[in-house]
Design a protein around this ligand. Structure first.
Ligand code: ADP
Ligand code: ADP
Length: 234
């Protein structure tokens, strides 16, 4: 049973003659425990699809049905407040440019997500943040701010921030693009663990073909049309 279903999603940008479809009736099912890769040329609609499925961007038409504590709900029929609650509780998003708070230490970046998102108390938030940083190999960096961290370390903090809540749905937009392959591979292994060990549905946008052996499902998007492709190991 899918945990998240995108059904016949259409999204256009622009007006009049400049109007262009970024997504043309795209349907995609995500299942618990799977790491799904989305590839496609620049401008094919990957970021648009990620934003719609994660509840950040409204489609022109179509549905995003998500398992919200056992009930399938259309994310885009929720009120803004409900959607915000759903997103905080169930989704994690890893942005291309890390999006870390410059003034906060690695530990604080994770603590704040737990305090704001779930109302976790300070002691618990610190304990869970430290556990996650340990797991990411960042224990010795927990008091460092983003400017003191390498690219690989910043990306791992960004992943920790998305993972610390144990979300049902994880979305990652080119999480390895700024990294060398050694760090890129670590990042993909963390996303795979989130799926295989924690049962999350993970959707990852990437151009990097080295990721293919790590994923469970592979989709290709071309000019707003989605196609499922067979993996070499399938
Ligand atoms: P990708 O992530 O695959 O590079 P995008 O989803 O960013 O593709 O973009 C798909 C198409 O939609 C492109 O033609 C892009 O120019 C257009 N597009 C995306 N976002 C906007 C926007 N906010 N305003 C206008 N056009 C946009
Ligand atoms: P990784 O390979 O994990 O990305 P590096 O070997 O690049 O790590 O960096 C090792 C150490 O050097 C890190 O702990 C980090 O604090 C520091 N460092 C690396 N790059 C930068 C940078 N651009 N700015 C500040 N500190 C950095």
């Amino acid at each position: 049973i899918p945990s998240l279903r995108g059904v016949k999603l259409i999204r256009t940008f622009g007006d009049g003659t400049a109007r262009r479809a970024a997504l043309q009736e795209v349907s995609m099912d995500l299942f618990p425990g799977q790491l799904v890769l989305l590839m496609g040329p620049s401008g094919s609609g990957k970021s648009t699809l990620l934003a719609i499925l994660s509840g950040l961007l409204e489609p022109d038409s179509g549905q995003v049905l998500a398992d919200d504590d056992g009930v399938l709900r259309d994310v885009w029929q929720m009120t803004g407040k409900e959607r915000e609650q759903y997103r905080r509780k169930h989704t994690g998003f890893i942005f291309q440019g890390y999006n870390l708070f410059p003034a906060l230490t690695a530990r604080q970046q994770l603590e704040i997500v737990l305090k704001w998102g779930e109302g976790t108390g300070p002691g618990d938030a610190r304990r869970r943040a430290d556990e996650m940083l340990d797991k990411l190999g960042l224990a010795k960096n927990k008091h460092k701010k983003p400017a003191q961290l390498s690219g690989g370390e910043k990306q791992r903090v960004a992943i920790g921030r998305a993972l610390v809540k144990n979300p049902s749905f994880m979305f990652a937009d080119e999480p390895t693009s700024a990294l060398d392959w050694e760090n890129g591979q670590k990042v993909i292994e963390l996303l795979r663990d989130a799926a295989h060990q924690n049962g999350a549905s993970v959707l990852c946008v990437s151009h990097d073909h080295r990721i293919l052996p790590f994923v469970d499902v592979y989709y290709h998007l071309d000019d707003g049309h989605l196609e499922r492709r067979t993996l070499p190991h399938e």
